[in-house]
Design a protein around this ligand. Structure first.
Ligand code: NAD
Length: 309
């Protein structure tokens, strides 16, 4: 009988090679894949598990209470908002994340969305396919160099986004109450109202916490210039989407690009779906061949360490 049982709740990666190499061959663990994220099924599957690896499935207090011998819940990803942390702490369980596997990918994606908004790439592509080989009726396309990018949150991904945006000649402002000092050439730290009022592009990079839910609501959107655009590659729920849709519809904001939304997948009757000045991608910013392998390796190594260290 295998010494350990590891439950992988929802596996979204193209290959299981990493789990096989590190957990099965390396640790001698019995790895059980449980793609059904329904609470009762999960609670049953994790009962005798030593470790649980999870991507998006909700690990509720009930699922955690069902664990009789687990030592670790390892998240394949950055945010741990799908895990009941209080319940895990009560049970003395380790909860780990992988904070740094996709900094390049998400900052590339934020830049791609900024460029797509600035150069109206998606909008123009749609028009060309409808037989419109023209651009003269568009509102002026801004020159990116010299424009201001406001970064809300100034952690790893925001810093990488800022570094890449500086290469395009953008000026960088940042708001992050937990960051006290920033090198002058990197960004200028300002208050949120100042950032919103001065930026041509606002890019969101804060985690989803109780204090950041609907952090950007009607009041904050009203502080932005009508020519400005907003980009969110962090978490849905940080922007109030009803307020955003209204601001876009009424021309109080020039554009938005969201990789993350409050309800994923976004319902097709969502007010943002009908907005031509809104670009949507399916929570893909983290994704590349290299980042997924790095993510799997780092999450599995945490499990190995918790069970053997
Ligand atoms: P990080 O922890 O390095 O940075 C987050 C920053 O937000 C920190 O500097 C923190 O001080 C700041 N912050 C916290 N509360 C704040 C507040 N109320 N106001 C302003 N700033 C605040 O995280 P990161 O690696 O840069 O990732 C940022 C977010 O991106 C993550 O929380 C995650 O949700 C998201 N993400 C999304 C994808 C994707 O595929 N779309 C992939 C990875 C990460």
């Amino acid at each position: 009988m295998a010494k350990f049982k590891v439950v992988v709740t929802d596996h979204v990666f193209p290959s299981r090679e990493v789990e096989t190499r590190l957990l099965v061959e390396g640790l001698g663990a019995d790895v059980v894949f449980c793609p059904n994220a329904e609470e009762t099924t999960l609670a049953q599957a994790v009962r005798d598990a030593d470790a649980v690896l999870v991507t998006y499935a909700r690990i509720s207090g009930r699922v955690i209470d069902a664990m009789q011998k687990a030592r670790i819940i390892a998240r394949y990803g950055v945010g741990v908002d799908n895990i009941d942390l209080e319940a895990a702490a009560r049970r003395g369980l380790w909860v780990t994340n992988v904070p740094d596997y996709c900094v390049e990918e998400v900052s590339d994606h934020a830049l791609a969305l900024i460029l797509a908004l600035a150069r109206k790439v998606v909008f123009l592509d749609r028009r060309v396919r409808q037989g419109q080989w023209d651009y003269r009726d568009l509102t002026p396309i801004p020159r990116l160099a010299g424009k201001t990018l406001g970064l809300v949150g100034f952690g790893r991904i925001a810093r990488a986004t800022g570094r890449k945006a500086r290469a395009f000649g953008m000026r960088i402002l940042a708001y992050d109450p937990y960051v006290k000092e920033v090198a002058e050439e990197e960004a200028q730290l300002v208050g949120l109202p100042e950032l919103l009022a001065a930026s041509d592009f606002v890019s969101i990079h804060v985690p989803l916490l109780a204090e950041t839910r609907h952090f950007i609501g009607a009041n904050e959107l009203a502080m932005m210039k009508p020519t400005a655009c907003i980009v969110n590659t962090s978490r849905g729920g940080i922007i109030d989407e009803a307020a955003l849709a209204e601001a876009l519809r009424e021309g109080r904001l020039a554009g938005a690009a969201l990789d993350v939304v409050e309800q994923e997948p976004i319902p097709l009757d969502h007010p943002l779906i009908g907005q031509p000045n809104c670009i949507l991608t399916p929570h893909v910013a983290f994704y590349s061949e290299e980042s997924t392998i790095e993510l799997q390796e780092k999450a599995c190594r945490q499990v190995v360490k918790a069970l053997t260290g």
